[in-house]
Design a binder for this molecule. Structure first.
Ligand code: UDP
Ligand code: MG
Length: 325
């Protein structure tokens, strides 16, 4: 390792999950090589952990070449299939040997120079340093608005500890990583889990760039599933929606009963014209019942997932460890 005669402060692990990132990997490699030189000049050792999350393009070949060319600093991990970003990142945390771990996207959306600010905050005592998006270049109005509404909903559900405008660009020290890895749940929203640990959090603000190349690997469906994990994994409050619905609808029904009774007693008991209200009542109850059953189903499905206790992912190849997996 090039240390330019300085005493090594500590080791920084850079964790990068990659899924079909062949367009962006050459750029990432160039930027990270320059960044690694600056890290060394500042006295840090480093390692780069690239986890290929079951890509179907040339990602793994490129990672393999990179790891072979710089085997002292680069570790390539190939998962057996696509397990999803959060699992690939979990795998990277498990492999990392650094004193601090910094997770970044492969697409260069997270500016590398911000990592120095994170290191400063860490050295000032923070266990976890979150990268908070001050602005988001090239993100759609839809994504920005839904993100805003989502964080409002989290606050209303009492999940205030989940920091808003944070993705998975963050630094964690060993204490934070150990805590995170001790949580073995399958439905993982890491950004929420790290805040839940309660360790000392600090933030750095940054302007999120547009993707350097390729397309987002987080389509709306995946984004919604992750958003649901944020709520369901941390709160059982939605299970009480049934009570709230019942109270609101109960009040309406009591009002309607009073109206019917009055009509019966004081206006000759003509009650035949109730068709619309009956249909409305049937529909409202149908909706509320189905909604609550669906909600319970979400929790039961996740309980089912958890009780199986399957491993979170499988590794096919590890460029450091030549053992068969
Ligand atoms: N990613 C992954 N597995 C997946 C989806 C994404 O490893 O199933 C990686 C992807 O290669 C990238 C990071 O996770 O490095 C974040 O994905 P992306 O940048 O597409 O998400 P966005 O920034 O658009 O939300
Ligand atoms: Mg990205």
């Amino acid at each position: 390792m090039v240390s330019f005669g300085k005493k090594i402060k500590y080791k920084v692990s850079l964790l990068i999950p990659c899924y079909n990132e062949q367009e962006v990997l050459p750029m990432l490699r160039r930027e990270l090589s320059a960044f690694a030189v600056t890290l060394s000049e500042k006295g840090y050792d480093h390692e780069i952990i690239l986890v290929d999350d079951g890509s179907s393009d040339m990602t793994w070949v490129q990672i393999g070449e990179w790891a072979a060319d710089d085997s002292d600093h680069v570790i390539g991990i190939e998962l057996s299939r696509n397990f999803g970003h959060q699992m690939a990142l979990t795998c990277a945390y498990e492999i990392a040997a650094g004193d601090v771990c910094v997770s970044i996207d492969a697409d260069l959306q997270d500016p590398l120079e911000v990592i120095f600010e994170m290191l400063e905050k860490h050295e000032a005592g923070a266990d976890i340093v979150l990268g908070v998006r001050r602005s988001r270049e090239a993100e759609t109005f839809f994504k920005l608005t839904t993100a805003k509404l989502y964080y409002k909903a989290l606050h209303m559900l009492g999940l205030k500890f989940i920091e808003k405008d944070c993705g998975d660009f963050r630094l964690m020290n060993r204490r934070g990583v150990k805590a995170l890895l001790s949580m073995r749940e399958r439905n993982r929203m890491l950004r929420a889990m790290v805040c839940w640990t309660g360790f000392k959090v600090d933030k750095v603000y940054f302007d999120r760039r547009a993707r350097a190349a390729g397309e987002t690997k987080y389509p709306l469906r995946k984004m919604m599933l992750l958003a649901m994990d944020g709520v369901i994994s941390f709160s059982t409050l939605p299970l009480r929606f049934a009570y709230w619905f019942a109270s609101v609808i109960g009040l309406i029904i009591m009002g309607y009963l009073a109206y019917t009774l009055m009509k019966y007693l004081f206006f000759n008991g003509r009650l035949v014209d109730g068709w619309t209200s009956i249909i409305l009542a049937v529909c409202a109850f149908g909706f509320v019942n189905l909604f609550c059953i669906g909600l319970i189903g979400e929790y039961v499905g996740r309980i089912y997932d958890e009780v199986k206790k399957r491993p979170l992912y499988f590794v096919r190849t590890n460029t450091r460890d030549k053992n068969e997996y």
